[in-house]
Write a protein that binds this ligand. Structure first.
Ligand SMILES: [Zn+2]
Length: 176
């Protein structure tokens, strides 16, 4: 007997998908960027020029500053903390330093996260770029450069100095 399928939405979540999310963050009720409480779930077309993206196009959006974050598919669990433009850029930039650690084949992705978490002094379960603010992104990028340089097979990456917002964050932390 075929069961009737219902389409999961943030208001009618898949219990199975929800149970699979490790270390779920609570739904945001206050914006971590501007402290506003005007957080709502909307379709991502609201921030992507009117077009929806992905199979589960929902986001938590701050109605005041416009910071947002996606949801784990078929749940109402946020992927991370809300991010404004600066944070989105920093997260993307710091991942640029992280991805080569495992893409190079020197270690797998799991080990790369383990090493990064250790350098940052946090547990691996908290080590998600989507959870990081700009300062943490800068620390993560710096840690990734250190890890890359520790792996003897790899060439030194001193010449790939951070630019833009990441460079400013580095400077602020005294890492540059
Ligand atoms: Zn906000």
């Amino acid at each position: 007997m075929a069961k009737e399928k219902k389409i999961a939405t943030p208001w009618n979540v898949s219990r199975r998908a929800t149970a699979k999310v490790k270390n779920p963050l609570p739904a945001p009720t206050k914006c971590n960027c501007c402290a506003s409480e005007a957080i709502e779930i909307v379709e991502n077309s609201k921030v992507y020029n009117g077009r929806s993206y992905g199979k589960y196009p929902w986001i938590y959006l701050c109605g005041d500053c416009g910071a947002y974050v996606g949801l784990h598919p078929f749940t109402n669990i946020p992927l991370g903390t809300l991010a404004n433009e600066e944070m989105r850029k920093a997260r993307k930039d710091s991942k640029f330093y992280f991805t080569p650690l495992y893409a190079s084949g020197d270690m797998d992705r799991n080990e790369a996260y383990e090493r990064l978490a250790k350098k940052l002094g946090i547990s691996k379960s908290e080590c998600h770029f989507a959870w990081f603010d700009v300062e943490m992104c800068a620390k993560a990028a710096d840690a990734c450069i250190q890890i890359a340089n520790e792996v003897s097979k790899r060439p030194k990456v001193e010449e790939s100095k951070p630019k833009g917002i990441m460079a400013q964050a580095f400077q602020k932390l005294g890492l540059a």
